[in-house]
Design a protein around this ligand. Sequence first.
Ligand SMILES: [Cu+2]
Length: 361
Amino acid sequence: MERWKWLAAVALTIVAGLIVVAAPAQSRVRTYYIAADDVRWNFAPSGQDLVAGKALPPRHPLQLGWVYHKAIYREYTDATFCHLKARGPHDAYLGLLGPVIRAEVGDTIVVRFKNNTRLHLSVHPHGVKYDKASEGAPYRDGSARREKSDDAVPPGGVHTYTWTVPERAAPGPMDPSSIVWMYHSHTDEVRDVDTGPIGPIIITRRGMARPDGSPKDVDVELVAMFSQMDESQSRMLTANLADPVTNPHHVAGSADKLQNANQFLTINGFDYGNLPMLTMTKGQRVRWYLLSSMDDNDFHAPTWHGQTVLYDGQRASTLMLGPMDMKVADMLPDNPGVWLFDCSLGVHLEAGMTARFAVLP
Ligand SMILES: [Cu+2]
């Protein structure tokens, strides 16, 4: 072999080797089939205050009740959207949150979205990278007509959103091995979230994910969204007023008149301890993903009794969330028992922003 050919062969081998080493271990395309569905949602399905062990507070004369139509994101098994992906008992606590979308850095997330409601809705993510056809938000951004169909998917419509997960969507140097972002409808930003469609995206550091995307160094992951649901601002208010199931007392009035009596301070859509008991075992590595939504009252102070958490390298029992906040706290439960998990803002606490978690021995 001529000397130049031999050198070229060696150089090519080295370059190919470098490409193999530099490539992500196993970049995946993770596809989710998510529909927005109209469901009747009960903020307190037990009919009781399960933390205080007593009846729910009496209904205000202008309060419709505890059940409202909401548009929520639900996961289906495939593109036919015929079969709902059932949530296991361990995931029931996610309540009205949409499916947990997961990815490892380097992956691509594809959301095939179907709108089964009567409203125009979209899917807008935080953190991950998208182009204008996958942003899910209408505004004057100079985008072309063909890049607009993601902005507001009509009733019965479908749209495919594609998001990549570059390093800037990943846990930063001070973050733990995974972090949380949100996705939500953004056709009418504040009122969409009062209507219901919102969910978590969990991104795991490259090399730290199990095949399903969850972080290898965590045993239990819990997502908790602290949210004021203002049903007077919901885009389903008219439907709620008209439905005898959601309006059995025939309440009537404008959104302004109904506002104070129809606001709910919820964790994952549950009030007064109705969030299914969160369960963990002493010594497990537990990661809490804490979210808040975007109403005027969405300042929250999630507080754990009986244990502590590590947040941002600091030990804490209470954190502060502002609107659309997304925080991660790690817990090593060492204290078996049933413990309070609530919002420490007095007015929220009194409005039933309370839940419990159990640490098994
Ligand atoms: Cu609060």
